[in-house]
Design a protein around this ligand. Structure first.
Ligand code: UT7
Length: 333
């Protein structure tokens, strides 16, 4: 059965103004710029204001993406929000963004908790509704205020994360699926590795108590080196899978947008894929790891710089809490 393609018609992002440098962090924990840069590639990250929650960051990115698409909130059929830092446990951040945007009550809005893989997950879900013909315009807005769940006493994690949001509008394109827009996606789940990256307290397993807050169990806990190994192996594998599902080879890929967690992971994966460095988008140095927002922010960056041409093949590939892996190949319309 032939389907219409799901194409990206607008992108936008928002980064808070406040910059936290490695030098600033060295005044909070026992670390230094040399260690952070050599182990992660990160020089600075953005910190949201106290009164800004994830939905506030997402709202600005969403408005920018809608403007770029030339659409109004009333044109939307659905809002998907990949995030691990929802404003509250519930209702979803997507519902808050629907309200703030003034989008119709007749649309669906929900969050996707898929860690840093979230943006790929969101685009893949959105594409199903567009390709099937049941919806025309879907907003995927990834928004994270990771500094609200950062343990500022843990030097192995607090140096990594930053705040930000990125959004894309996905709409129906001309022609057939497979010619343009989302060509292929691959999504994988390894729940057995869930303990490697999590927030232990605040859910139904360990409801919040003063003791859990005192031990910072309401913050991110991570087994960095184990995750590192899974990512370095997993990213090239899922990338190969999705490139092949798209009927392409790595030589056909014009731009690689990888989850921005660690420059060493990005470089190792690009090398294994034999993709030259000048095709790999990197902004982890400026923003750190913004989880579900990272690929969306990087997409907006490469787009805003005017680098994307119609017909370019983009590979989006990420890994994250779950443990999840996700890849998508998009032909820029
Ligand atoms: O979105 C997914 C999010 N997660 C990730 O992407 C994490 C993937 N993992 C990583 O990026 C890396 O594992 C880290 C950057 C987290 C850590 O780098 P590493 O090269 O794996 O370092 P390590 O944890 O093996 O630590 C090496 C040493 C240790 O000291 P000893 O035991 O060798 O004396 C740490 O205590 O570095 C020490 N260390 C630090 N030193 C200065 C750990 N953090 C710091 C720090 N500053 N911030």
């Amino acid at each position: 059965m032939s389907c219409r393609p799901a194409i990206i018609t607008g992108v936008g992002s928002y980064l808070p103004d406040r910059i936290l440098t490695n030098e600033d962090l060295s005044e909070i924990v026992d670390t230094n710029d040399e260690w952070i840069v050599s182990h992660t590639g990160i020089s600075e990250r953005r910190i949201a204001a106290e009164d800004q929650a994830s939905s506030d960051l997402g709202l600005i990115a969403a408005q920018r993406a809608l403007d770029d698409a030339g659409l109004q909130p009333s044109d939307l059929d659905m809002i998907l929000t990949p995030t691990v830092t929802s404003d509250q446990v519930f209702p979803s951040t997507a519902c808050m963004i629907q309200d703030k945007l003034g989008a119709p009550n007749t649309i669906a809005a929900f969050d996707l908790v898929s860690g840093c893989t979230g943006f790929v997950m969101g685009l893949s879900v959105a594409a199903q509704f567009i390709e099937s013909g049941s919806m025309n315009n879907i907003l995927v807005v990834s928004a994270e205020k990771l500094t609200s769940v950062t343990d500022w006493t843990d030097r192995s994690t607090c140096i990594l994360f930053g705040d930000g949001a990125g959004a894309a509008v996905m709409s129906a394109g001309e022609g057939e699926r497979g010619e343009t827009g989302l060509l292929a996606y691959a999504l994988e789940t390894y729940g057995e590795h869930g303990r490697l990256l999590r927030i232990p307290a605040g859910g139904s397993r360990q409801p919040i108590t003063p003791e859990l807050v005192a031990s910072h169990d309401h913050c991110i806990r991570m087994e960095g080196p184990e995750l590192f190994k899974l990512a370095v192996r997993g990213i090239p594998e899922i990338a190969k899978t999705v490139i092949s599902k798209a009927g392409l080879t790595s030589e056909d890929i014009d731009w690689v947008i990888m989850h921005q967690a660690n420059l060493r992971i990005i470089e190792a994966a690009a090398k294994r894929l034999h993709i030259p460095e000048d095709r790999v988008i990197i902004n982890v140095d400026k923003y750190g790891n913004t989880s579900a927002a990272s690929m969306a922010i990087a997409l907006d960056e490469v787009y805003s710089e005017g680098k994307l041409k119609s017909g370019d093949n983009l590979l989006l590939v990420g890994f994250g809490a779950g443990f999840t892996l996700g890849g998508a190949v998009i032909r820029w319309a």
